[in-house]
Design a protein around this ligand. Sequence first.
Ligand code: UDP
Length: 245
Amino acid sequence: MADSDTPTPKYKRVMLKISGEALMGDQGFGLHPPTVERIAQEVKSVHDLGVEICMVIGGGNVFRGLQGSAQGMERTTADYMGMLATVMNALAMQSALEGLGVFTRVISAITMNEVAEPYIRRRAVRHLEKKRVCIFAGGTGNPYFTTDTAAALRANEMACEAIFMGKNGVDGIYDKDPKQHADAKRYDKVTYDEVLQKNLKVMDASAIALARDNNLPIIVFSLDEPGGFRGILSGQGTSTTVHGS
Ligand code: UDP
């Protein structure tokens, strides 16, 4: 039973998307276990509210297909390497969450039965109902996509009520880069079409279109402050919501 200090979450089922870079800490590459654990704490504090949580973690801290292809690698092979990177990140997050006592499943779009469950939609829904955090790995399973699109796709399939984009160093969407322009203004709300027209850096365009077509709100917030995710879920703190017109 929730006590009076426990905030009431505004959502019952959500998707949390973080980039792979969110897991690398200050080291510039790979995984930084204390950072992974810190984010796992954020997830746990929302899980403790009874919210059903899906996660997609990128792979940019290890490998991005575009970087590989720019260096002469065949594009689809490079993209598969990027997808494999997301599996490692998902396993790291699983380990951190389970260390905190949160039950999880890593569900991969690329079959690898020894390390992760295959993606079966109904099974994933059942995990959520049983309050297991579902970490969707392997992106969409297709080259030429990104994990932003994977997050929008799985969020729709799992009937999530919103996608939460957890960012480092920024607490929403700005009209220009706030790190370079002191007068940059944060939007409280912005429409999908504005994001696309103004080319605001939120998610890639196919992910935005997928969210728009299903009217799925995207909430951009900062993962830097402890308790930030829980606060945003309860309607506190600063963020930007991308919504329909
Ligand atoms: N990727 C892919 N298909 C997908 C998802 C990801 O090919 O459905 C590859 C792509 O090469 C991408 C890499 O995996 O560059 C890592 O994902 P992403 O760049 O989205 O990671 P993030 O920027 O969020 O860390």
